[in-house]
Design a protein around this ligand. Structure first.
Ligand code: NAD
Length: 474
């Protein structure tokens, strides 16, 4: 197998750049530092922006077909290095092999699909008197800021459409998971001219410098709602375009006619995929009271018999650790709050703080109050509240009673009821009898405080453009 070298570099104007100051990167399965990455200064960001601006004119004038070929070259490079990327992803993020495979190979497929997308000019009017055309021109230099749960895929969701639209892009990975992103951008230099795609690593301050930089035209951000508010405020001074993909508190509504045993594995993965460090996992499971006990017990049985939490490099691991100590602390706090309030755990509930890595057991909270923190907030870890419902209007109101509106699911055999309930949920994506079905051709984004704008599909591509209308009087 090919091996990446252990030098992690930023890429600025096509060149590898290191800094005297570095930041540590931890393996979450062992809590040990295993790599160091450059820590960019403000001056280095200025250099990066300058190079991205210089690259903009030639890149936007490059025919779409050539941009498409470059993109395919990029996908080929990632595919050729997919084994190394998967290994590195498990090491820095913690996710087991299956998740790493989905993320890396999914990213390759995503790039190829987005490379087929383009926005032709719209002929609005063609008469003897006038011609009116609306074109989609690139928005300019993009700053892309990503989180630590899907570091590769969420970067590709920005890089691919931005570059296809004719923009240049500067990627800032999460300080917790910078390695795959830095390697990916380093590799990409074989496919793109210098300055088209750059990467800078550093702390949260680097994010702030990006959102306030006058040379950057748009910020594409994925992260928490709290940081999203800062990004939007900071972008206001220079009227930057923003796409915000933020937090969620997705409800899942389970009807009384489900087969509890059959649905338990689906509900489990809906709620615990990526060790529940996923904006779109089901974070509140509303189960009809007639079948509540059966579904709860089937979930417990399924988890006890099948799910192993551990080091993602081990073959039999299903769920890895919490990715970082900050998040581990937050998740521990939700456990402590549940215990302090006397909520009952149907499963789990006890964290072994002496474990080698930041491991947390899969935990189910048995019908806590609707106003509890575990129901109202986004824990972003493997602790799920199970809740009872009896009245359809009431459960819809409870599902919608949140600042978030990212995703929602409904599960049942009565398809009329499933669709009727689904149509009343306030969320960017409503999955009915399935979950986590994404596509490069399907718009993805949040309602309410889960975000602004969208990614994927032609709607997502459009977010990297300005409309320009030209009228000609003949
Ligand atoms: P975060 O908001 O803490 O950090 C995200 C990124 O923003 C990081 O790169 C960070 O360095 C940077 N950052 C931090 N402060 C900043 C500032 N003031 N200005 C600019 N950049 C700044 O989020 P996280 O903990 O990395 O990720 C978890 C959150 O992301 C969860 O809330 C989750 O729901 C959300 N998320 C949303 C989606 C989506 O598509 N809607 C996808 C994945 C994760």
């Amino acid at each position: 197998m090919m091996q990446f070298d252990t030098n992690y570099v930023m890429t600025i104007n096509g060149e590898a750049v290191v800094t005297k100051n570095t930041q540590p990167v931890y393996n979450p399965a062992t809590r040990a530092v295993f790599a160091e990455v450059p820590d960019a200064s403000k001056e280095l960001l200025d250099d990066t922006v300058r190079a991205a601006r210089q690259a903009l004119e030639p890149w936007r004038n490059t025919p779409v077909s050539q941009r498409q070929s470059a993109m395919e070259g990029f996908a080929d490079l990632l595919e050729a290095h997919s084994e190394e990327l998967m290994t590195l992803l498990t090491r820095e993020q913690g996710k087991p092999r299956a998740g790493a495979e989905f993320e890396v190979l999914g990213s390759v497929a995503w790039i190829r699909a987005i490379a087929t997308q383009s926005l032709p000019d719209e002929l609005v009017e063609e008469t003897d008197e006038r011609r009116v055309i609306t074109r989609f021109t690139p928005v300019g230099v993009v700053g892309a800021i990503v989180p630590w749960n899907f570091p590769i895929l969420l970067s590709i969701w920005k890089i691919a459409p931005a570059l296809m639209a004719g923009c240049t892009l500067i990627l800032k990975p999460s300080p917790y998971t910078p390695l795959c992103d830095l390697k990916m951008v380093e590799l990409a230099q074989q496919a793109f001219p210098p300055g088209v795609l750059s990467a800078v690593s550093g702390g949260d301050d680097l994010g702030k410098w990006i959102t306030s930089h006058p040379g950057i035209n748009k910020v594409a951000f994925t992260g928490s709602t709290e940081t999203g508010r800062h990004v939007m405020r900071s972008a206001a001074d220079t009227i930057k375009r923003v796409t915000l993909e933020l937090g969620g508190n997705d409800p899942a509504i389970v009807l009384p006619d489900v087969d509890a045993k059959a649905i338990a594995p689906e509900l489990f993965w809906a709620a615990f995929q990526n060790n529940a460090q996923f904006c779109n996992v089901s974070k509140r499971l509303y189960i009809h009271e007639d079948i509540y006990d059966e579904v709860r017990d089937a979930l417990v049985e399924f988890i006890e018999a099948n799910i192993k939490v551990g080091d993602g490099t081990l073959e039999d691991t299903d769920l890895g650790p919490i990715q970082n100590s900050m998040q581990y602390g937050k998740v521990k706090d939700y456990f402590a709050d549940c215990h302090a309030n006397g909520y009952k755990f149907a499963l789990g509930g006890k964290i072994d703080e002496n474990a080698k890595g930041w491991f947390v057991p899969v935990s189910l909270v048995d019908n806590p109050p609707e106003n509890s923190r575990i129901v109202q907030e986004e824990p972003f870890g493997p602790i799920l509240p199970l809740l009872k419902w009896s009245d359809e209007d009431d459960v819809i109101a409870r599902a919608n009673d949140t600042i978030y509106g990212l995703g929602a699911t409904v599960w049942g055999k009565d398809l009329n009821a499933v669709e009727r309930i689904g149509s009343q949920l306030e969320a960017g994506t409503v999955w009915l009898n399935e979950v986590h079905q994404y596509s490069p051709f399907q718009a993805f984004g949040g309602h309410k405080q889960s975000g602004l704008g969208c990614e994927n599909s032609l709607h997502g591509l459009m977010e990297y453009t300005n409309w320009q209308t030209t009228t000609l009087k003949k």
